[in-house]
Design a protein around this ligand. Structure first.
Ligand SMILES: [Zn+2]
Ligand SMILES: [Zn+2]
Length: 390
């Protein structure tokens, strides 16, 4: 049954460490992970497949800030009394530090990966169970006959959920499989090429704060570059063009931040709209396309609270958990979940009907793996319990 998962092209963990560990009996879970994530510091940081995007984004943010500090700040320090110019520069540096932290939180966090199953769910259970609000819409041909879709009721509205052949599970609500990361992601928003990571349930808040804060920094630099130009015009009694010649960095930054602010401003406004209507980017596209109602919309205030005022859900996966080398598979992720799955109340309400059935199936899997810890078992139930729209 054991297959060398670490030979999979999708697995990018440290090969030297992996070879050393192969002689032993146990590996860390991240070393056997089937998705295309890249892991650092022993699985503590979970990045997307393309980490170079992160450096490009950092370059596009930090180089203009460096230009601002090196060439524009001098004029501001001279122009403003009582060291106010220093404060202006210090604020830009504080903004930059905050943005770097938010970028890392977005990019290095598990976005809400749903652990894969090692085996498909029991087809009979899926079709015959009446404990959940589902109905089989069809059947596949082949050795395992599972309905490719089901109907699930969310807040009184029927939505279709799809079976993920890669992860061998019915996707949790609002979940989608990212083809770039090769994982099912809870509350999948989109895969962001600028941060090189999926944006999902666990990092959406950071992503929005990153975008909006970067937009504020861009506007800040834009405004103070203009202030610098105006101060030069007043000091030298010249027109704007001569002032721009005297401070070309201000001119370049004005043009750069003007373009960036339109892009980031639009993105911030769009995500504000998504937040207050409780949609993801993916759902916005699909609902509008299919002219469907949004079953997750709880009203503006509650939608906003859902994103910003609820506790961060724990990762469903403990990537540092030890797994047996001869049984290493991503399924074992579901047997080594991170400390408790804290879903918010609305999620719990939506999913409680589904916990019953799949909890039982997953518990059987745990028995097979000799995992008897009750906390883990209930968490695993939570994983398999989720169903999603397609
Ligand atoms: Zn999947
Ligand atoms: Zn992705």
């Amino acid at each position: 049954m054991y297959s060398p998962q670490w030979l999979s092209p999708g697995n990018r963990c440290n090969s030297k460490e992996r070879i050393n560990n192969t002689n032993g009996s146990q590996l860390r879970l991240y070393q056997t992970w089937k998705g295309r994530n890249r892991f650092f510091l022993g699985g503590r940081f979970v990045f997307g497949p393309d980490i170079r995007a992160l450096f490009l984004t950092l370059f596009l943010i930090l180089v203009p800030v460096a230009l601002f500090c090196a060439f524009v700040s001098r004029g501001l320090v001279d122009a403003f009394p009582h060291r106010l110019g220093y404060l202006i520069v210090a604020i830009s540096l504080i903004f930059s530090a905050l943005i770097v932290i938010l970028l890392l939180l977005t990019s290095a966090t598990d976005p809400g990966i749903v652990p894969r199953n090692a085996h498909p769910p029991d087809a009979d259970d899926e079709c015959e169970t009446s404990s959940i609000s589902t109905s089989c819409l069809g059947s596949q041909t082949g050795p395992v006959s599972l309905p490719p879709m089901k109907n699930v009721t969310v807040n009184g509205i029927v939505v279709k959920v799809k079976y993920c052949k890669t992860c061998m599970l019915y996707r949790p609500p609002r979940c989608s499989h990212c083809s770039i990361c090769d994982n099912c992601i809870e509350r999948f928003d989109h895969h962001c090429p600028w941060v090189g990571q999926c944006i999902g349930k666990r990092n959406y808040r950071y992503f929005f704060m990153f975008v909006s804060t970067t937009n504020l920094l861009s506007l800040y630099v834009f405004v103070f570059c203009w202030v610098n130009i105006k101060k030069i015009m007043e000091a030298h009694h010249c027109n704007i063009w001569r002032a721009l010649v005297k401070s070309p960095a201000s001119g370049i930054l004005i043009m750069y931040t003007f373009v960036v602010s339109w892009f980031l401003g639009g993105l911030t406004a769009f995500h504000l709209y998504l937040i207050i209507t409780n949609q993801t980017t993916y759902e916005n596209y699909r609902y509008r396309y299919e002219r469907k109602m949004n079953p997750f919309n709880l009203g503006c205030a509650r939608n906003f609270k859902d994103i910003f005022c609820t506790g961060m859900a724990s990762s469903r996966i403990n990537f540092r958990a030890k797994v047996n080398a001869d049984r290493s598979s991503s399924f074992n992720a579901s047997s080594y979940l991170g400390g408790g799955t804290t879903t918010n109340s609305s999620d719990t309400h939506k999913m409680k009907n589904f916990d019953i059935e799949v909890g039982r199936r997953q518990a059987d899997d745990i028995d097979e793996c000799k995992e008897t810890d009750s906390r883990t078992r209930s968490s695993v139930g939570g994983v398999g319990a989720d169903r999603c729209e397609g």
